[in-house]
Design a protein around this ligand. Structure first.
Ligand SMILES: [Zn+2]
Length: 276
């Protein structure tokens, strides 16, 4: 995102200092024209920065811009070994930046392309104000068009109700919590973060958006993900470090990736066996 053009190196150095081992850079970027942006970031491979993986996909906000050439480009980019998921894709009925009919069509098209690419999907889902409309539709589409693939995915920046999270778990999804889990009004998000099975939770920043308390209102960045771990730890009676360790193990297991070294990290006993 252009919000990091001025200090991308320093931002990644801060993430490394904050013990962030591995980052998934979401490749929706600013839409068609920048569909390889996360792959470029993932190609850095600097020793004093987190390891970076990438996604590719067209966000529902930019659905109205998608062309057949863009879908072809995505299918080609998806073969890059740094690409571990297809997303963000889904439905956003809050902002309605693209007509809903187009959002649905572009979502369905990308599910169709992600299946032969053998990539899990990263789902962005936001209903209209005071509504659950996008949840019902999105989970319905995933049940009908995606569950049988067995590839699953991540409900990113979860903001729904427990029933939505449970339906997603049944479809083989991980539930990912972002900075807004720390916002005073977000009790429904905290309820889900407290009650969901620990081995199905991930943490993220959604940077540059949704900076967690105490950084709220500023630009978000990867180093701030520790505040998400701290909040979930408070809710579940765990140390932030333990949440960090468990969610990291969940990530490596779900994406079938080798764990980073964990050197210098406090390692509590894992609940699901050492191979993660
Ligand atoms: Zn999103």
């Amino acid at each position: 995102m252009p919000q990091f053009d001025a200090d991308r190196d320093a931002m990644l150095a801060r993430a490394h200092e904050a013990a962030i081992e591995t980052v998934v850079a979401i490749g929706s970027g600013t839409g068609p024209g920048s569909l390889d942006c996360a792959i470029q970031l993932a190609n850095r491979e600097k020793a004093d920065e987190p390891r970076i993986y990438a996604t590719v996909g067209i966000h529902p906000h930019e659905a109205k811009l998608a062309t057949d050439a863009d879908f072809d480009e995505l299918s080609t980019l998806a073969r890059n070994p740094k690409v571990i998921a297809w997303g963000e894709i889904g439905l956003d009925y809050f902002y309605d930046h693209s007509p809903r009919e187009m959002q649905r069509a572009v979502f369905l098209k990308q599910l169709e392309l992600a299946r032969p690419a053998r990539l899990p999907v990263v789902i962005h889902c936001r209903p209209s104000a005071d509504s659950q409309n996008a949840w019902d539709e999105c989970l319905g589409i995933l049940a009908e068009q995606w569950a049988a693939s067995g590839l699953g995915g991540v409900l990113h920046c979860f903001t729904g109700l427990m029933e939505h999270a449970r339906r997603a778990l049944d479809l083989g999804f991980m539930i990912s919590f972002a900075g807004n889990v720390t916002f005073p009004k977000a009790q429904n998000i905290r309820d889900a973060a407290r009650e969901l099975p620990l081995d199905r939770i991930l943490i993220e920043t959604d940077s540059p958006f949704l900076a967690p308390v105490p950084h709220r209102g500023k630009r978000n960045e990867p180093a701030f993900v520790k505040e998400v771990a701290r909040q979930i730890g408070e809710l579940r009676g765990m140390a932030a470090e333990e949440v960090a360790f468990q969610t990291s193990q969940n990530f490596y297991r779900f994406f079938n990736l080798p764990p980073a070294s964990n050197a210098g990290m406090p390692i509590p006993s894992p609940s699901r066996g050492a191979e993660g």
